[in-house]
Write a protein that binds this ligand. Structure first.
Ligand code: ADP
Ligand code: MG
Length: 477
């Protein structure tokens, strides 16, 4: 179904059109329809089927831009996923002038606190950092009407459950709660009763063609893995892959063993600084690296375009992670390949995967020497072509928006309404032309929509704010 036919807010619809979301996926269509009935939802749908926009579209639709405190809270298990969802929220809500923020650990608290002092509609957070802000009294959750728990089975498992319950205890009872995951089992029912009211279950079975991910298994001994990995990279012509290991030191070890000048490889695990983690995942998304070697920190939710292969260098230690890891490829309408290395010790877990997800275990032999030799030459040629950098689509949404900095703020007792009032003195400026306004201590920022930035710049020259002159500067367009 086209988004156009789903009766969606015009600014949200326009943003979707610009980022090339024309047709709703099944899960999106169902969630958008159900949420209009204002019910709690438990949503299960395959990896890569568009669950993020399924909750973001109706949330953005329901937000009122006038509200000052957050109305929606989205919680996620990892920092990288938190950033990714906030970015998507920012795109979908951009033209409706919604303000989003990401609260995650490993980032300076004071910057987040400053953001929370401004108007924020949608908050994406990891549980630990959300609780830290709650303790500091810097995150006001009193008005939250929508709680979204992404990767819900993970968030409601032992590792996170207490934190999530703590957060929920700060929310008002009259709210909508929505759970999303590709793996939600019956065991979750009890806890759902505690945190939800009479939820509707949406279970999308055939969203993406079943065999869009080819799964292949290789039996080997631990010490054979590194050679097998290199050889498969050559013979399978692996262009862009995530290689999963179970431990941080293993990630570092493989990084060292694979690294060579022409091959661009990055790592991702919880022992790295957050700056490095964020940079590495962004570089991988921009197509600046061929391979990402990661622990399960990258197994859930992370979307990177065009991943051709997922390699389980170590077989996962729980069955759900198998589904999530291989789900990093074959996303939306694309196809992908999952290669798993199996040692004697992995047989039990492999059987669990087989039984629970009807996985057909197709073994392949590792390639022989001659094939590897030929393929290696070809791969060397491929490495000489530089990867083409991918640009984030969000810039298209900013095309008609200009951000202007004004050199007075709270120190001169300026408030949002003073800036709005001043802008309304310009004849051509209407309410919908004024975007997000941030008043900080010594300066303020205002966004002008609909390509009217230059016009505002021209007029500001002769204007005063609370009777005082000021200087201003265009920040971006
Ligand atoms: P899931 O959470 O179900 O694993 P995501 O929400 O991460 O999947 O979506 C996967 C990718 O599919 C997104 O990054 C986006 O690029 C794409 N996508 C989602 N919905 C649409 C749509 N309606 N039209 C086009 N692309 C979409
Ligand atoms: Mg997701």
């Amino acid at each position: 179904m086209n988004f156009k036919d789903l009766n969606i807010d015009k600014d949200v619809l326009k943003a979707l059109d610009i980022i090339n979301y024309k047709r709703a996926t099944k899960v999106q269509e169902q969630v958008i329809k159900e949420l209009k009935n204002d019910r709690d939802l438990i949503v299960k749908s395959k990896t890569g089927s568009g669950k993020t926009a399924a909750f973001l579209i109706p949330i953005c639709e329901k937000m009122k831009i006038e509200s000052k405190n957050p109305k929606a809270l989205i919680i996620t298990p990892t920092r990288e996923l938190c950033i990714q969802i906030q970015k998507e929220a920012n795109m979908i809500g951009r033209l409706k002038r919604l303000k989003t923020t990401a609260l995650l650990g490993g980032r300076p608290l004071n910057i987040q606190i400053n953001e929370l002092k401004q108007r924020v509609h949608i908050v994406c957070a990891t549980p630990g950092r959300a609780l830290e802000h709650i303790r500091l009294n810097t995150l006001n959750l009193e008005e939250v009407e929508y709680l979204i728990i992404d990767e819900a089975d993970e968030m409601l498992s032992l590792g996170f459950m207490d934190q999530v319950k703590d957060i929920i205890s700060k929310l008002k009872k009259q709210r909508r709660t929505m759970l999303f995951s590709a793996t939600i089992e019956k065991e979750l029912e009890e806890i759902c009763k505690e945190i939800m009211i009479d939820p509707i279950r949406i279970d999308i079975k055939d969203e993406v063609k079943k065999n869009n991910i080819e799964e292949i298994f290789y039996k080997m001994k631990e010490e054979e893995k590194i050679k097998a990995l290199k050889n498969l990279i050559y013979t399978k012509k692996i262009k862009k892959a995530i290689i999963f290991c179970n431990r941080r030191d293993k990630v570092d070890e493989i990084l060292k063993k694979l690294t060579r000048e022409e091959l661009h490889i990055l790592g991702l695990h919880g022992g790295m600084s957050q700056d490095l983690r964020t940079n590495n995942i962004l570089d991988f998304k921009k197509n600046l690296a061929h391979f990402l070697i990661a622990t399960d920190v990258a197994s859930r939710g992370i979307h990177v375009d065009d991943i051709t292969h997922v390699i389980n260098y170590d077989f996962p230690e729980d069955k759900e992670n198998y589904v999530h890891r291989i789900g990093r490829t074959g996303r939306y309408k694309s196809k992908g390949h999952a290669l798993s290395f199996i040692t004697e010790d992995d047989m039990q877990m492999l059987n669990e995967v087989k039984e629970n997800y009807n996985t057909k275990v197709k073994y392949e032999n590792l390639p022989d020497k001659d094939r590897v030799k030929r393929a290696k030459k070809e791969f060397e040629r491929y490495l000489k072509t530089k990867p083409k950098m991918k640009r984030d689509i969000s810039h298209k949404l900013n095309k008609d928006i200009m951000k202007i900095r004004i050199n007075c703020g709270k120190n001169k007792k300026i408030r949002n309404i003073d800036i709005v009032g001043m802008l309304f003195n310009i004849k051509e400026i209407k309410k919908e032309d004024i975007g997000i306004i941030e008043v900080q201590t010594t300066c303020s920022y205002v966004e002008i929509f609909n390509n009217k930035g230059d016009l505002v710049l021209k007029n500001l020259k002769n204007m005063k704010l609370k009777g005082k002159s000021f200087t201003f500067k265009k920040i971006s367009k």
